[in-house]
Structures are given as structure tokens and as C-alpha cells.
Design a protein around this ligand. Structure first.
Ligand SMILES: Cc1cc2nc3c(=O)[nH]c(=O)nc-3n(C[C@H](O)[C@H](O)[C@H](O)COP(=O)(O)OP(=O)(O)OC[C@H]3O[C@@H](n4cnc5c(N)ncnc54)[C@H](O)[C@@H]3O)c2cc1C
Length: 452
């Protein structure tokens, strides 16, 4: 009997790990609008400030958004798994799938060393508790930007050897029961997985609308990227590469959190169609003297405007407008003193920014007061756990936005009301990170396998 045709949209972790599980069990095709990973050395490894090359590009293609960036694997259900996903997969099964994803990464060349919680964490947990913070600890494995491409290429080689077709430069335009239309023609399927990531979340929401499938707005995370001398976070990052710290502010009872910590890393610019944003990278072979992390306030909107993406975009556009098309940088002392930063003030500080393509300015002109209050209170609280973070020379870059996708109406196998049409990964609001995205891919693939 001929094998069933499975088409996967998106070559990020969700799509590739689904393909891994389905390879040899079905006739699998993975389509991605982006390109194949490049074997050549990434130019940003020489300059570290590149904004146009593969790792910084949100629509990077095979390998997905962040795997070709810092490539930090958070091996815990506490990180990056929205409640809706844990409810569906269930915690124990999710843990098993995390181990499976980790094993696959190791097989394809991920570094064996991991940051594993041990007794050294206790002192930090106690400091966090004393400061009124929550320190979420997890086993972590750092692939690093420079190791990521060979690992993805090895995984893709495996898929090709198992007859999976990988097609780059294919933009999926419409989805109908049984077939897709693309810029490269029509693809028919028995089962289809849509895993278009954050870069494809608007497209996915439109497709869901056309198919009459319900979607709901999820919260968005908005704030700044903080950059401090690396020495301040040396001992914490020695045991936990990407420390996740949660703060509930007293003023507003809002959640503020650290995210994507890049120890000895670089702040980078991300360019969207209508605005600029900042992000962070770290490399295993090039180190700066600084550490950066996103410091984000969670924002959920209720009626009359629930569209958190539009809200966040409008704020990011305002920052970009004030920055003359660039992100804004400000010293904490200048923010406190209600004045803009200047090139001279920044140059005189003990810490120099790793991102140069920015405009010194006043982020309080562009971010709402509630965000600024939350950021200042959050940093003061964080300072109790990591002394020195709340310092006049601490650098703040804006805007830093982690857009959350719409959540899509599905059953617990992430199958939509259209039979045989599944969703997975960040674009469907089911994950926030490489590991959770890959887990949702495996989870969907298991269900498809059971139906083939
Ligand atoms: C700069 C950066 C750094 C990050 N660092 C980390 C990190 O260190 N650790 C971590 O856990 N997470 C990190 N992340 C987040 C992580 O990359 C994502 O959570 C993860 O990649 C999501 O996987 P995904 O498969 O859902 O989507 P993606 O990885 O976004 O893949 C989706 C793919 O779908 C393709 N696509 C979209 N629309 C279409 C269409 N219409 N037709 C065809 N193809 C389409 C895109 O080109 C893309 O390649 C980072 C993200 C960024 C942007």
C-alpha cells in the first residue's frame, strides 16, 4: 500500500522533530519559506554585530528562529511550556518527550556537558526567596550559535536519508482540506502539520480564520534588554547558563521576568517590517565582557482591545520612531533622572554597549509608564539577589518584545476541527522555546503515526 502523504509547514524545531518521528512511516515533505542553513562561517562570528545574516533573521528557514541563534536548550517543563500544552500532553509524558528531544540533539552532535541543578543552586534559591523572587532552575544545554548549523545539517542529512523531502523557498499561501497552495505550486496531503513559528503566526491566524477555526489572543512580553558587566553574573551563570527569575511587582502585581540571558554575549538588532527590536546572542568561541538579558513585563489585554500583538507592535514602532529607525539605548541613571542618554554619557561609563547601531535616548518617552515602573521596581528587586544590577551605568535597550501567538482551537493531540490538520510550535501558541517546540512536534507526529 502506498505510504500516506504528510506535509509539514515550517522547518523549525517543531517541524523538523515531527519529520524525524514520521520519517520512514509516511511520505513526508517539509516546506519552509526560508533557506537552508549555510555551511560557511556566519559573518557575525567575526563582527558579532551583524543584523542581516542567518541567526538574526526571524524567518531563517530550516533550523528555525532561535536554534541558529544562541541555541540554549531548557530541559524542563517549567520553561517554555504554556499551560494549554502541559494540560494536553500531561507533565510526565512531556518530561519523557524532553528527554527524547535531548537524546536526538546529542546524537546529532550537541555538546555533552549540561548545566544540571545541584546543591550549589541552594544558595541562589535562598537569595531569591529572601528577595521575594522565584528562581526557576532547570537542566540546560548550550549548543551555541556556532555549533548549531552542523547539528541542524546532520539532522537534515538523516531526514534526507530516510526519504524526507526538504524544500526551501516554498511559501505556503493557502490551506484547504487535503491540499496547500504555495509559490511553488500545489501540495496534496493526507495529514498536514502547520508549524510556522512566530514569524508565521499572523499568517496562521489568517488561515485559521479562513477555515472557521477559533483563535484566542495570548499575553505578550514587553520590556527592555539589560546589559551589565559580565562579572556581576559570573557565579550565577557558572551554574545556570540562562537563569530564569520571576518577579511579581508590588505596584501593579504584574509578572516581570528575566529571559534569554547571554553571559559574555552580544546584544543584537532584529528588524521587523515596521520596526526594530533588540535580542541577544552568545557564541562559544567569541566572548564580550558583558552579560545581557531580556527583562520583560507580561501584558494581557481584555475588552475592548484583546489584540496584544498590535498593542506591542504599536509600542515598538513608537520606540523605533523616536530612535530614528533604530532601537534606543539609555543608562539607568539617565532614566532615573528623567533625561535622555547621549553618546558622551555612554562613552564615559565603565561598560560599553555591544550593540552600536542604536540611538541614545529616553525610553520613558516611548514605553508606557506602567512598563517603566515595573522595569525599575523589578530591577531593584533583582538587585537584592544579584547586587550591582541596579546601577547607574546599567544599559537598557528598547524595544524588546516577545510576541506570543494566538492560541488555536485543537484537541489534545493538537488536531484542529479540520480532520488531519494539526498545529505545533510557537506559531500556534503551544510553545516558547526550542525544546517545547520540538516536544509539540513529536507529540503531533506520534498521533499521526497512530493514524497511519
Ligand atoms: C534570536 C532568537 C534567539 C532565540 N534563542 C533561543 C534559545 O536560546 N533557546 C530557546 O529555547 N529558544 C530560543 N529562541 C526561541 C526559539 O527559536 C523558538 O521558540 C523556536 O524556534 C520555535 O520553533 P518553531 O518550530 O515553532 O518555529 P520556528 O523555529 O520559528 O520555525 C518556523 C519556520 O516556519 C517557516 N514559515 C513560516 N511561515 C511559513 C509559510 N507561510 N510557509 C512556509 N514556511 C513558513 C519559517 O521560515 C520558519 O523557519 C530564540 C528565538 C530568537 C528569534
Amino acid at each position: 500500500m502506498p505510504k500516506k502523504r504528510v506535509v509539514i509547514v515550517g522547518g523549525g524545531p517543531a517541524g523538523l522533530f515531527a519529520a524525524y518521528k514520521l520519517a520512514s512511516k509516511a511520505e513526508v515533505t517539509v516546506l519552509d519559506v526560508g533557506r537552508m542553513p549555510d555551511k560557511r562561517k556566519c559573518p557575525s562570528q567575526q563582527t558579532a554585530f551583524c543584523t542581516k545574516c542567518n541567526p538574526c533573521n526571524l524567518t531563517s528557514g530550516f533550523g528555525g528562529a532561535g536554534l541558529l541563534s544562541s541555541g540554549l536548550l531548557n530541559l524542563s517543563i517549567e520553561i517554555g511550556f504554556p499551560q494549554v500544552t502541559l494540560d494536553a500532553i500531561e507533565r510526565d509524558r512531556a518530561r519523557q518527550l524532553i528527554e527524547e528531544v535531548d537524546r536526538i540533539f546529542l546524537n546529532f552532535g550537541a555538546p555533552k556537558e549540561a548545566f544540571t541543578p545541584d546543591e550549589r543552586f541552594r544558595i541562589w534559591e535562598r537569595r531569591a526567596a529572601e528577595a521575594g523572587l522565584k528562581f526557576v532552575t532547570a537542566k540546560q544545554r548550550l549548543i551555541g550559535t556556532d555549533n548549531a548549523t552542523p547539528i541542524i545539517l546532520a539532522l537534515m542529512d538523516y531526514l534526507r536519508r530516510n526519504k524526507v523531502k526538504l524544500r526551501s523557498g516554498v511559501k505556503v499561501e493557502t490551506v484547504s482540506p487535503g491540499y496547500l497552495t504555495t509559490n511553488k505550486g500545489r501540495f496534496e496531503f493526507d495529514k498536514c502539520l502547520l508549524a510556522p513559528g512566530r514569524s508565521g503566526m499572523k499568517w496562521l491566524a489568517n488561515i485559521m480564520g479562513q477555515l472557521g477555526i477559533q483563535t484566542r489572543h495570548a499575553p505578550v512580553d514587553l520590556g527592555v534588554r539589560v546589559e551589565v558587566p559580565a562579572t556581576l553574573m559570573e557565579s550565577l551563570c557558572a551554574i545556570q547558563r540562562d537563569p530564569k527569575i520571576l518577579i511579581h511587582t508590588q505596584n501593579y502585581d504584574d509578572l516581570v521576568r528575566t529571559f534569554c540571558v547571554n553571559h559574555n554575549g552580544f546584544v543584537v538588532r532584529e528588524q521587523y517590517e515596521t520596526h526594530a527590536c533588540v535580542n541577544g546572542h552568545s557564541f562559544s568561541n567569541i566572548q564580550s565582557g558583558n552579560t545581557n538579558f531580556a527583562f520583560l513585563v507580561r501584558v494581557q489585554l481584555t475588552e475592548p482591545v484583546e489584540d496584544t500583538t498590535r498593542y506591542a507592535e504599536s509600542i515598538a514602532q513608537q520606540v523605533t520612531l523616536l530612535g530614528g529607525g533604530k532601537p534606543i539605548i539609555q543608562r539607568l541613571a539617565d532614566l532615573e533622572n528623567h533625561r535622555r542618554s547621549t553618546h558622551e554619557r555612554i562613552a564615559s561609563a565603565n561598560i560599553q554597549p555591544t550593540l552600536k547601531d542604536v540611538t541614545p535616548g529616553d525610553i520613558s518617552m516611548a514605553l508606557p509608564k506602567r512598563l517603566i515602573d515595573n522595569i525599575l521596581e523589578g530591577l531593584q528587586t533583582l538587585n537584592k539577589m544579584i547586587p550591582g544590577i541596579y546601577s547607574g551605568t546599567t544599559l537598557l535597550y528598547a524595544p524588546e518584545v516577545k510576541y506570543s501567538a494566538m492560541t488555536v482551537e485543537t484537541d489534545r493531540h493538537f488536531e484542529t476541527p479540520v480532520e488531519g490538520l494539526y498545529v505545533a510550535g510557537d506559531g500556534a501558541g503551544l510553545s516558547r522555546g526550542i525544546i517545547p517546540a520540538a516536544v509539540t512536534g513529536l507529540w503531533v507526529a506520534e498521533h499521526i503515526c497512530s493514524k497511519l
